[in-house]
Design a binder for this molecule. Sequence first.
Ligand SMILES: [Zn+2]
Length: 62
Amino acid sequence: MVKICPKCASTHVHWLAGGLIGAIYRCNDCGYEGTFVLEVKPSDLEKFRKEMNSDPENHETD
Ligand SMILES: [Zn+2]
């Protein structure tokens, strides 16, 4: 399984800190920081990214 950013689906997610509240991760691509990251199988990564890109809520309006 690979960790991916829940905002941009980047795999450039790094462990930032950890403790009693759990691990905190940071995404190098969009700057997301949080305790929640997605984990997917490497073989599902491309499929997952395509689904993310087709999400109507992610559409830019310009
Ligand atoms: Zn990101």
